[in-house]
Write a new protein. Sequence first.
Length: 255
Amino acid sequence: MDKQPVFFCVCSQKGGVGKSTFTILLASWLHYALGRDVLVVDCDAPQWSIVAQRERELDVLERNDRYKLMMVRLFKRTGRKIWPVVRSTPEEGLQAAHAYLAAGDREADFVLLDLPGTVAAPGIFRLLARLDHLFIPLKADKLVLESALSFARAVDEQLVHNDALRLTGLHLFWTMVDRRERTPLYESYGKAFAAFRLPVLQTQVPFQQGDSRHERCRRTFHALSCRPRFRRRCRARRAGRRNSVSYGIAYGQTQ
């Protein structure tokens, strides 16, 4: 293994902020869109959610010809096989990555590690100190933000500014941002992060609700209501209903 990969992870003290989801998305984007060699090490013991998802995906591919065809088309378009994932623990995550790459003389540009939902798990801080970059997702929730702020300060003071350690990059970013929300929360915490000299990425990940039937109907009606012909038709129907009600009242035909 001549190539030295870049090691990084998406980590937070609180669960439910999308650490595993961002790991999968980043691995797929780097691997398929940018053509970079990627290895994912799932250290989220004992559930190993990324490994479990990969097993479900392979099972679906075995049983569904439609997904097999989609996979073949993806390979023909990108020339990239599916990115590999290795099961491990936080204490042995880096060793598992090096062992996998050395076993078959493989190479990787990036190694992504998916960590447990709490940094209190054994070996987490020792692992973070040996990475190159660390990304911390921020959510507009008081408990999540307070936890992320304390965690980011501890990492910045103890690991990033320690010249004896490898970790050089700490990056915070907002996720699940509701564009319709008007709140000074983002600006207030942005000032707090700036006061502690914690870097926050400008790119924000928006929040998108599930595409329910009600939501599809609402968007369809909104799109139609922007058309002049549709607005005129709606006004005519409302006027017709008012005339019918007035006629019924006048002739005693209403209850």
